[in-house]
Each structure stands twice: as structure tokens, then as C-alpha cells.
Design a protein around this ligand. Structure first.
Ligand code: FES
Length: 87
């Protein structure tokens, strides 16, 4: 498990194993648009300000993955205890 922090509000939410980040956000009233929810379409693409995403998508390129400044929260996870999201 890891936490996500909403940069604009300072809210921090725990993300349980097997629960999509977008579901945790939605359950807490933070809306991120989704479509495929499988890492294919890029609809949910979100900027990452701190922390390192564990990319699980097929949308970003290898170099975009390596930059670690954006990710797809519908399917991706975190390699660090916290991700700070630019939302
Ligand atoms: Fe399609 Fe996240 S909703 S990549």
C-alpha cells in the first residue's frame, strides 16, 4: 500500500492493494476522468510532482515512463510510499 497526496488541497489518501488510484480518488470526491481503465487510452493521465510511479500502462513511451512526471492512475501504482499528484 502507498499514499497519494492531492497537491491543490493537501489531502492524503491511502491506496490499498488491488484498488485503483482513480477509485480511491473518486470515493473521496476527487474526480479524474477515466475511459478504458486499462492503461491504454491516456484519458486519466495525471502529472506527478513527487514520488516515483510504478507504470502499468501501455500509453506512455519508454522515455515518458522514465521521466516519471506523469502517469495513468487508473492502473499504475507507486514505487515510493507517497505520490504527490498535480490535481
Ligand atoms: Fe485509459 Fe487510464 S483511463 S489509460
Amino acid at each position: 500500500a502507498f499514499e497519494v497526496k492531492i497537491a491543490s488541497t493537501g489531502q492524503v489518501f491511502a491506496v490499498p492493494a488491488d484498488t485503483p488510484i482513480t477509485k480511491v480518488l473518486d470515493d473521496n470526491g476527487v474526480f479524474v476522468p477515466v475511459s478504458c481503465e486499462e492503461g491504454v487510452c491516456g484519458t486519466c493521465l495525471t502529472r506527478v510532482l513527487e514520488g516515483t510511479p510504478d507504470h502499468r500502462d501501455l500509453y506512455l513511451t519508454d522515455s515518458e515512463h522514465a521521466a516519471n512526471d506523469q502517469f495513468t492512475p487508473c492502473c499504475s501504482r507507486s514505487k515510493t510510499p507517497m505520490l504527490v499528484l498535480d490535481i
